[in-house]
Design a protein around this ligand. Sequence first.
Ligand code: SF4
Length: 439
Amino acid sequence: MWPYFPHLLNRPVPRYTSYPTAAEFRADVGAADLAAALDGLPAGALVSLYVHIPFCRDICWYCGCNTERANSRRRLETYLAALEREIDAVAARVSGRVRVGRIAFGGGSPNAISPIAFVRLVDRLLTAFSAANAEISVELDPRGLDASWAAVLGKLGVTRASLGVQTLDSGIQQRIGRVQPAESIAQSVALLRGAGVRSLNFDLIYGLPGQTMAALEDSVQAAIAMRPDRVALFGYAHVPDRIARQRRLEAAALPGQQARFDMAQQGHQALLAAGYMAIGFDHFALPEDALAVAMRAGRLRRNFQGFTDDNADALIGLGASSISLFDHLIVQNERASGLYRARLEAGGLAAMQGVRRDAEDRERGLVIGDILCGRPADLTGLPFDGLESRLKPFTDAGLAVLAADRLRLTADALPYARAIAACFDRYRTGAMAGFSAPV
Ligand code: SF4
């Protein structure tokens, strides 16, 4: 059983999918920085591509993603035309010099566009980047996944997919504006397995309005019965001041901090009992899955897609709001699809904000990555004034051990990992407005 220390969980903290986090992005970093970073990639560098499709069949009320309804064919077409422009502009700077190992489609829901449009998009990417052997993964909304989509994914050789499942409780589905019967999930699984997807992820959520321990247990067990290779069990982050659509959720029906903690623990235990391995603080994988193999080998990393076994030198984001990650730079494209389109039509790149990473950022980023990925962190030579006092509540509680410039989290520390990582964040010394609860 995880020990419960409410005073160590009451401070919202970043999810640390990058360091520095998006809260540090500034407008004086943009397209020129991105161009220089692309031009500076060395010959032979291994890169991954992330392609953002900011459209969904329907918008779920809890969703914090940058997405809008796919209810205008013309809007989709103009967006995809801009995306092709960006693909060509970026590829012109790196193609022939770098190797593309992976292409990930996310959103939104990539299957909000038509299967034919998706084929065309993949073809454009593979041709422009000379990336015929790249591994392709895609996030999918089960509600729009049919046999024609599965056939296309099979033909394109997609081997990894992630399904937005969230909860299988029909009453909670109504309360969060996402109704999808369990049968449609099972059908999606059968279609994807039949199409050759060998690594399948389910996203599940705890902390939803009206959700009880029993309801979560039922959803987790129903998910386990479908045997996804990976499960991501996220705590719902309620930030209605920032995300207007969340105001439709009944705030009074949201579980409190202790209930959320108990749910995280219950889901964790159920997945471990079913043979999954814990990956970081909120992912799980079957022991033979690549994520579990990377975890055991100490190769687990954290990026904008969560925990990953991706070992690329750089991540290039394509599409509105997508983020590119280089050793010295993190840079984000225009978030609004109209502005994104306008930048590309004007002949430039679409980056509009970001942060340059200095040596200290990179060192702190490595420490934060080690903490979140479950490895001891080497603190040798780092200028961490006041660090011991920041860590003291966690070391006093037996959640972390600091000795000989090494920090090790104990087995009970998983739900506190983000809060411990925040001790190393030089930008988080005051209020943490806009972030989410550690559990
Ligand atoms: S389908 Fe996914 S991305 Fe789209 S609104 Fe729902 S949760 Fe958000």
